[in-house]
Write a protein that binds this ligand. Structure first.
Ligand SMILES: [Mg+2]
Length: 257
């Protein structure tokens, strides 16, 4: 893993911004927005909002989040970016039939989850219904191991068996299938005829993009880590504004050259 804001990293970015139809895609929580104790309070800083807005005006830009679109949309209000929600399930590419299946699956799971509700509440777990997937949050739990144990016990009873993706104090419970952030990224690149792309994320669901065997995508993890498929890293979330500004300026230089 190498530092994206180093000289070699900037050379990669300079090459990328010069490509016609280059796509710049970002995860939301932990990437564009700082992780906060109360997930409802997560948002862009004014600097990040302005920098994302400026980039979205000069280049194809996307936000690919685990949040539902309904939840994500007001947080990036007014920014002309493509939005994809529910870890890639919700957005531009899934057929109505697939979406209905995911919805039916979540309805069935919620019935099982309701039976365990008291046990989950007791250990500080909050279940979020995102219509096409569920998220079990335990950031507020007194004992994270006890919370995780209660979550894993509950999800082991779910039928059909979900795909589990662990995150920062969350367990994402997703209908199994081929839709994830990686497939969403490829579909978006296909639709936009992008020959190159950047993807920045911070969490396990982002590994679905990082691990794509696709040389067109420059993959960046927020926070250096050994066990990741990302090629590059941003040392801290607070550097996202710097990256956005660099991309916008480099893009403007490439367009005027
Ligand atoms: Mg994230």
């Amino acid at each position: 893993m190498r530092d994206l804001l180093s000289a070699p990293g900037k050379r990669v970015l300079d090459r990328l911004v010069g490509q016609a139809g280059a796509l710049f895609a970002f995860d939301f929580d932990g990437t564009l927005a700082r992780i906060v104790q109360d997930r409802h309070a997560a948002g862009l800083t004014e600097t990040t909002r302005e920098a994302l807005q400026a980039l979205a005006v000069v280049a194809s830009t996307a936000v690919i989040s685990g949040r539902s679109l309904e939840d994500l949309r007001p947080r990036v209000d007014g920014i002309p970016a493509h939005l994809i929600g529910n870890h890639g399930l919700e957005g531009l590419h899934a057929s109505e039939r697939v979406m209905q299946q995911a919805k039916d699956c979540c309805r069935a799971w919620l019935k099982s989850v309701a039976k365990a509700e008291e046990d989950l509440i007791r250990v500080g777990v909050v279940v979020e219904d995102k219509l096409y997937s569920l998220t079990f949050h335990y950031r507020q739990a007194c004992s994270p191991p006890a919370a995780r144990e209660a979550i894993f016990h509950t999800v082991s009873t779910l039928s059909p068996a979900p795909r589990l993706v662990l995150g920062k104090a969350v367990v994402n419970v997703i209908p199994s299938g081929n839709l994830h952030k990686g497939s969403a990224m490829l579909e978006l690149m296909h639709q936009l005829r992008s020959s190159a792309a950047l993807y920045v994320g911070d969490d396990d669901t982002d590994e679905d993009v990082f691990s794509l065997p696709d040389e067109r995508i420059v993959s960046v993890r927020v926070g250096r880590k050994v066990a990741t498929a990302a090629q590059w890293y941003l040392a801290r979330q607070s550097q996202i504004g710097l990256l956005l500004q660099y991309l916008t300026e480099a893009r403007a230089r490439a367009l005027s050259a």
